[in-house]
Design a protein around this ligand. Structure first.
Ligand code: ATP
Ligand code: MG
Length: 244
């Protein structure tokens, strides 16, 4: 499918995806699967793009390709980083790792929990890395754990044993404690209760206001309806320019 989307006039794109094509070669079956072909769109500061389409159409694969967990067959993923433009499809692994640490956030349904690290330390880590005093970082981490509804008893516990929803809340608190330049969201509300969903939408609104560019897949797009600027529909040939 071919699609072209540009950010609102005057906005400088944070991400410019050009002619992106991804194929999976399933050698054992002698088959090739093309989740998406020649996809182009751009997203500017403070813009929220909803990515949608039926199951298996390639939404997660597209986000993973932007995050460079997947390599595309062809096309470019130009990211205007704070240190200049970089094609994420071609950048060195070490540069991609730095960008993931400092500028590009990715929230999926799965927590990358490390053994024997307390929930509050996982959440505080991005602030500590910036040199914030330990007590201040911890206080802010607790604020976000509380905002997403993680019970106080769990703050010092290890999230490896948490329920799916509790893990997701820790995940969100850590991923959203600082505004990244680009934020990718893959069904972040899937295992959340109503309170956490509301807290997430409130935080995303703040981040949008702060200029974060966002691309998200949402099981219930109604949750984020007020934030959506444009929709990329991977299941259709044409692209709509209006929200849901
Ligand atoms: N590593 C892989 N190897 C082979 N095929 C894959 C691989 N990863 C994904 N696929 C296939 O690519 C297609 C797109 O998958 P993807 O997970 O991107 O879909 P999706 O749009 O996110 O679906 P859902 O709404 O169910 O989350 C699927 O048919 C899937 O089976
Ligand atoms: Mg998916």
């Amino acid at each position: 499918m071919t699609m072209t989307e540009m950010p609102a006039e005057g906005a400088s794109p944070v991400l410019d995806v050009r002619g992106l094509t991804k194929s999976f070669h399933m050698h054992h079956l002698g088959q090739r699967l093309d989740p998406f072909r020649d996809v182009s769109f751009a997203v500017g500061q403070g813009e929220f793009l909803l990515l949608r389409g039926p199951n298996g159409v390639g939404k997660s694969t597209l986000l993973r390709t932007i995050f460079r967990t997947c390599l595309p067959e062809s096309g470019a993923v130009i990211f205007a980083s704070r240190r200049g433009a970089v094609d994420l499809a071609r950048a060195a692994d070490v540069d991609v790792a730095l960008l993931r640490r400092d500028e590009i956030g990715f929230v999926t349904q799965f927590l990358v929990a490390r053994p024997r690290v307390a929930a509050e330390d996982i959440v505080a880590e991005p602030l500590r890395r910036l040199g914030r005093p330990a007590s201040e970082a911890l206080e802010e981490a607790r604020h976000w754990l509380s905002a997403f509804g993680v019970k106080r008893d769990l703050w010092r516990a290890y999230p490896t044993t948490f329920s799916g929803g509790e893990q997701q809340k820790v995940n969100l608190a850590r991923a959203l404690i600082l505004p990244p330049r680009l934020l990718l969201l893959d069904e972040p509300t899937a295992s959340l209760d109503a309170g956490a969903r509301a807290a997430l939408v409130a935080r995303l609104a703040e981040l949008k206001h702060a200029g974060v560019a966002m691309i998200g897949v949402f099981h219930h797009p109604g949750d984020v309806e007020t934030l959506i600027d444009r929709v990329i529909d991977l299941g259709r040939k044409e692209v709509s320019d209006v929200a849901v």
